[in-house]
Design a protein around this ligand. Structure first.
Ligand code: NAD
Ligand code: TYD
Length: 351
């Protein structure tokens, strides 16, 4: 059966990797990339596949219910992989309304459109919602998030993602819609907007700018190479069990300060600088409000049920990533032109 898959947020960081994988791997599917093209969405993330016959881009806002209905109808959508979201914690602290609007109301509008169009014909349909480990809150030094960990979001971002996860599950429980939710740890790799730690720091090292380390740099994140996340999404979309939750993570925990030191060594090496010399750029700044101490995902359910495991070791992934940003200066310049400087000043000045 031909599949018409709606990928939302496909012009963003993770979405672009998902779209690329699906378009290249499944020539018989029609991949419809729906994106509003906010500051985080960039069609140049998809230049290599934009002319493929099985790919269509549609510019739309997921909050626009009528537009969503039209898209389901026009493309006879059979599956949804929903990534569109406001995704940056620091922005959510400054502007929570936008997060509630896009992440909660936008997800609801998409769910309603799917329910309306599928009209109870659930066979071969799937609404797959991409979420984050941040909904589980914060861990102390020990333990892992598992699929049954109680939700305990602390930031407006994670609260909005938690609400959207609940709506997706409610559409399964109330209406019988086939849904899956996955909660993934921090991703890194090419095409990530330089508001997030890794691309921001690579770009700053390159320009000899301070590296703003929140608090004492002791927060821990579990980092996964973005292409491994995209592969997990592909497997789960095709083989995941309906109504299930799967955690996706790298079993790859790093304290921010340690991670930055590895990154600095890699950037210095590739730029031909004395290795470690950019450590002098590390600048401790006021901590993020409500800063979660530690995230760590136990993804053994996914490994045991569907055989997925991360393929890249972190040192290999970080070198690949640093190399990509250094070789794609044009991309970085394109995304940091416009409002980026204003954002940077507002976020980091007086910190
Ligand atoms: P991103 O910010 O890079 O991309 C988000 C995309 O959504 C952009 O292309 C943007 O234009 C689009 N978008 C935003 N609002 C929209 C709207 N109203 N209508 C249509 N499109 C809209 O985000 P990302 O890092 O690629 O994250 C993608 C998804 O994965 C998000 O749902 C996020 O919560 C989740 N996630 C991210 C990470 C991570 O480390 N980045 C980890 C786990 C889960
Ligand atoms: P980020 O990439 O924003 O991801 P998240 O908050 O979703 O985990 O941040 C990763 C970690 O890096 C987090 O602990 C906050 C920290 N951080 C800094 O220390 N400085 C920065 O400038 C940024 C953006 C993040």
């Amino acid at each position: 059966m031909k599949k018409n898959i709606l990928v939302t947020g496909g012009a963003g960081f993770i979405g672009s990797h998902v779209v690329r994988l699906l378009v290249n791997k499944y020539p018989d599917y029609h991949i419809i990339n729906l994106d509003k093209l906010t500051y985080a969405g960039n069609l140049s993330n998809l230049k290599d596949i934009e002319k493929k016959a099985n790919y269509t881009f549609v510019k739309a806002d997921i909050c626009d219910f009528d537009a969503m209905l039209d898209i389901f109808q026009k493309y006879d959508i059979t599956g949804v992989i929903h990534l569109a979201a406001e995704s940056h914690v620091d922005r959510s602290i400054k502007d929570p309304f936008t997060f509630a609007q896009t992440n909660v109301m936008g997800t609801l509008s998409l769910l309603q459109a799917a329910k309306h169009y599928w009209n109870g014909e659930w066979k071969d349909k799937l609404f797959y919602h991409i979420s984050t480990d941040e909904v589980y809150g914060s861990l102390d030094d020990e333990g892992f998030f598992v699929e049954t960990t109680k939700y305990d979001p602390h930031s407006p971002y994670s609260a909005s993602k938690a609400a959207s996860d609940h709506f997706v599950r409610a559409f399964h429980d109330t209406f019988g819609m086939p849904t899956i939710v996955t909660n993934c740890s921090n991703n890194y790799g090419p095409f990530q907007f330089p508001e997030k730690l890794i691309p921001l720091f690579i770009n700053n090292i390159r320009h000899n700018k301070p590296l703003p380390m929140y608090g004492k740099g002791e927060n821990v994140r579990d980092w996964l190479f973005v292409e491994d996340h995209a592969k997990a999404i592909d497997i789960i979309f095709h083989k995941g069990r309906i109504a299930e939750t799967y955690n996706i993570g790298g079993f790859n925990e790093w304290k921010n300060i340690d991670l930055i030191k590895v990154m600095i060594k890699t950037v210095d090496k590739l730029l031909g600088k004395e290795i470690g010399s950019s450590e002098k750029l590390i600048t401790y700044v006021t901590d993020r409000a409500g800063h979660d101490l530690r995230y760590a995902i136990d993804s053994s359910k996914l490994k045991n049920e569907l055989g997925w495991e991360p393929s890249l070791q972190f040192e290999e992934g970080i070198e690949k990533t640093v190399r990509w940003y250094l070789e794609n200066e044009d991309w970085m310049e394109e995304v940091t032109s416009g409002d980026y400087q204003k954002y940077y000043e507002q976020m980091y000045e007086n910190r």
